[in-house]
Design a protein around this ligand. Structure first.
Ligand code: BG6
Length: 297
């Protein structure tokens, strides 16, 4: 399989496929602007490093790399539902996209030096166990100075479908005490911790478990990190909600694929269609959820 992938889709000095010792196939991208790694399992971006910079993304040292598990870190694709299944608690958390093997459909070196790769997920015996709809999910990843991820969800059936989704991005930070998130000051939220002031009208700092969906939010967020001396910008399209998550101490200890102290060096800022931002997609139509991640200079 890896030989065939390289024969059909590698780009000399730019993009290649490698089977890692854990058994999953990883795509390595390098161009004049950045390097990136993407797992075919879940079409999950695991690393994005603009040249001369530390990784913007974080992957747990305890992550499992197994066919039927989600990788803990990078940008898991949560689709066609975010969080618990709306009616069936036996279904996997965050949908099946991150548990599935995606198919590469194209790779390209762009005129501006960017590298682009597209993946597709279509119904199979495995996906039918989870979701009996006719669909095409397409993911396009563009690596340049900025990283752009576009998830297109197409309804190929004859009935409307309703989805929730997330580009569940785990950011690499120096220390949770060093970061402030800007851009959500005016957004109402649900989740924990609750607050008497909602919206809180102030930038977010984290000193306890935080798991909130911010609603009516479609502008940029930034993460300022005084330890790494940088600001990450998260722009988005097709999204009117944002999830901020850090498990803090107790939840970190409860998760098998997450180190006990790793909550200090990660922070999730997720571009979502969550809660009242669920989308109905009519037959033959599609919805695109997209984010662009970059450093402010
Ligand atoms: C976040 C949710 O998006 O994902 C949290 O808001 C959840 O509630 C977290 O704990 C991780 O989920 P999972 O399924 O990857 O452990």
């Amino acid at each position: 399989m890896i030989t065939e992938l390289n024969r059909n889709f590698s780009i000399t000095d730019n993009l290649k496929f490698i089977t890692e010792s854990h058994g999953l196939n990883i795509i390595y991208i390098a161009n004049d602007f950045a390097t990136a790694q993407i797992s075919l399992h879940g079409a999950q971006v695991l690393s994005f490093r603009p040249r001369e910079e530390d990784d913007l993304l974080w992957v747990s040292k305890k992550s499992l790399f197994e066919q039927d598990k989600a990788i803990r870190g990078g940008i898991p694709l949560c689709c066609p539902w975010f969080g618990a299944h709306p009616s069936d608690s036996t279904q996997p958390s965050h949908g099946f996209a991150r548990l599935s093997e995606w198919r590469v459909i194209s790779t390209k070196k762009m005129h501006n030096g960017a590298t682009r790769i597209s993946f597709e997920l279509t119904p199979s015996n495995k996906t039918k166990k989870y979701w009996d709809n006719n669909f095409v999910f397409t993911l396009t990843v563009t690596v340049h100075k900025k990283l752009t991820i576009e998830l297109n969800i197409q309804n190929c059936g004859d009935k409307p479908i309703t989805i929730t989704a997330a580009l569940h991005t785990y950011f690499n930070i120096s220390d949770i005490n060093n970061v402030t998130i800007y851009g959500l000051e005016d957004s109402p939220f649900i989740g924990i911790p609750e607050s008497e002031e909602n919206p809180e009208n102030k930038p977010i700092t984290i000193n306890q478990e935080l798991d909130r969906i911010y609603l009516d939010h479609n502008n940029d967020c930034t993460i300022t990190d005084t330890g790494l001396n940088r600001t990450i910008r998260i722009a988005k399209q097709g999204s009117n909600s944002t999830v901020i998550w850090n498990p803090w101490i107790d939840k970190a200890k409860r998760m098998l694929d997450f180190g006990d102290t790793e909550y200090k060096t990660m922070l999730c800022v997720e571009t979502t269609n969550a809660d009242n931002d669920a989308r109905e997609i009519l037959p033959s139509l599609s919805h695109t959820l997209a984010t662009t991640i970059s450093l402010d200079y």
